[in-house]
Design a protein around this ligand. Sequence first.
Ligand code: ZN
Length: 185
Amino acid sequence: MGVRPLLKLGHPTLRERAEELPLEAISTAPIQELIEDMIETMRAHHGAGLAAPQIGESVRIAVAEVRDNPRYPGLGELPLSIWINPVWTPLSDRVTVEMYEGCLSVPGLRGLVRRPGHILLRAMDREGKPFEHEFKGPLAAVVGHELDHLDGVLFVDRADPKTLTFTEKYDKFVENEKRLRVFQS
Ligand code: ZN
C-alpha cells in the first residue's frame, strides 16, 4: 500500500490501548506489509518514529529512525528500528531528558516534555526474535514518545502547557540550547 494517511489529534484510535501482537502473526503478510507501510509513512513525513495507531492500526508496533536533525542539535542517530510488543523500564532515575517534542499526529505543534533518560527497551524484531537495547540520552525520549502511542498517550498530555508552541515560533524563538537538554544528577 505504501504511504498511509496519518490519524490526527482527536481521532479516537490514537487514544486506545493498542493490542499485543501474537508471535505467530508477526511473519504474516498483512503484518509485514503494515511494517513496510509504517516505515514508508514515517520517512515520507520526515518523522523520527511512527506507531501503528497513527495509521489506524491498533497493534503494538512502532518504528523509528533518527538521522542528525537540525531542529534538535545533539539528538544523535538511530538506525531503522522495528519494535513489536515493546516495553521499557528505567535503568536510572538520575538521567532525564527535556526535549521540545513534536508528533506527526499533532502537526505544527511542539512542547517541552521531560522523560527518563536511561532505559532498557525489550521488544521483538520483525522476525519475532526478542531483543533488548539500552538507550541513554535523547534517544530514550524518542522511545518513550513512540511507546506512549501504544497506550493512547500523546506528547501534549505530558508537555508543560506553557511551553506549547507552533513550529514556526519554535524555529524563531526557542534557542538551540533549550531545545534538548540532558540532566544528570
Ligand atoms: Zn508521535
